[in-house]
Design a protein around this ligand. Structure first.
Ligand code: SAH
Length: 346
């Protein structure tokens, strides 16, 4: 198989160039075209000799995602992109405009095998892992399409990033590389359903990225009803892994908690949640559950959400309520992709 050129580090690219009998500066030029000028093909690399470009075409595969659908929210300008990969698989990414800069939410897998009960991304199972270049290219394509710089990246789209660990790390290396787009590590968040071995491995990398943990319940039995992964790891084990992450990186953990009416939104839940996480340097993001067609979860009303937040705060926990972006455009993970697949498959 031809090497995927946009997934190579500059060092790896230099080694490839040497193997091709080319000078190291050619690697640097290619890298800049791909990761700074965001070229969509070798053809765009106009200052490279035509013969060299042709040689590259025969050596390397070149990732350039195709936007097949864009939805723009009339409420807040959020844009949701449906991208087609080279093998025809579909993924989605979201562009959000905030006061402090533009944020892109990317997918790490086509589909997902974690099986969370409330999530649309997992309904058809895992199709495949995304390559580092396919993760990067979601950001590159959106930068080109919007004409605006991306300042924050969240890996919270379809898929479980820590279930695609090696590619995720490579993606993070390329995204933060000073020779590339050079996004600061502190502007990146990776969200996981809680694969503790991988959380520890990531901690050992000592990156300055934020780790978000999808908790959604403060009792193991309840968590198991929502998330099959909770059968593998207890909340106590998750908390140990979070403490380890903080110890190694000094980065505060974010807990994500989707509020589901009548299921995990009571006072008892808030108290148990506070008790579970109190010892950690952390922050809670409350997300009123996004209704998904195939699922019958309902959001608590705003007053109930406020009470839940208040209960956590009384117990000394930092809380924010996630602003819902793009409610009118299939905001919840995986919904656009599902709709499109139905459309294709009838
Ligand atoms: N697999 C990773 C990242 C993808 S999901 C993880 O589990 O964290 C990103 C976040 O959206 C997770 O917290 C996930 O639990 C949440 N989520 C998925 N479907 C949702 C829905 N319908 N409503 C609210 N949050 C949802």
């Amino acid at each position: 198989m031809m090497p995927d050129i946009k997934s190579l580090t500059l060092e790896e690219l230099k080694a490839e160039a040497a193997a091709m009998g080319e000078q190291p500066f050619r690697a640097k030029q290619l890298y800049q075209w791909m990761h700074v000028k965001l070229a969509r093909s070798f053809d765009e690399m106009t200052n490279l000799p035509l013969t060299f470009r042709e040689k590259c075409r025969s050596y390397f595969a070149y990732t350039a995602l195709k936007a097949v659908q864009v939805q723009e929210s009339a409420l807040d300008g959020t844009k949701k992109y449906l991208f087609e990969l080279a093998d025809g698989k579909l993924i989605e990414s979201v562009w959000m405009k905030y006061k402090h800069g533009n944020s892109v939410c990317i997918s790490s897998q086509a589909g997902c095998r974690m099986g969370c009960a409330f999530c649309a991304s997992t309904i058809g199972g895992l199709e495949r892992n995304l390559t580092p270049s396919e993760m990067l290219d979601q950001i590159y394509a959106i930068t080109l399409l919007t004409g605006e710089r991306v300042s924050n990246v969240v890996v919270m789209g379809c898929g479980e990033p820590l279930d695609n660990y090696e590619n995720l790390l490579k993606f993070l290396t390329l995204l933060t590389d000073e020779n590339g787009l050079h996004i600061s590590q502190r502007s990146i968040t990776v969200s996981t359903c809680g694969l503790t071995e991988k959380m520890r491995l990531l901690a050992d990398e000592k990156l300055q990225i934020t780790l978000a943990l999808s908790l959604h319940a403060a009792f193991d039995e309840k968590r198991r009803e929502l998330m099959p992964v909770a059968n593998r790891y207890t909340i106590a084990e998750l908390m140990e892994a979070c403490a380890y992450y903080f110890e190694k990186t000094g980065r505060r953990i974010t807990f994500e908690y989707s509020l589901i009416r009548g299921f995990n939104d009571g006072e008892r839940d808030a108290k148990a949640l506070a008790a579970q996480i109190r010892r950690l340097n952390c922050h809670v993001n409350l997300i009123p559950v996004n209704p998904v067609n195939e699922r019958d979860f309902v959001q608590p009303d705003a007053a109930k959400v406020a009470v839940f937040k208040n209960n956590l705060e009384k117990n000394g926990i930092n809380v924010t309520i996630r602003r819902e972006m793009g409610r009118d455009i299939d905001g919840a993970c995986g919904q656009l992709r599902r709709r499109q697949r139905k459309f294709y498959q009838g």
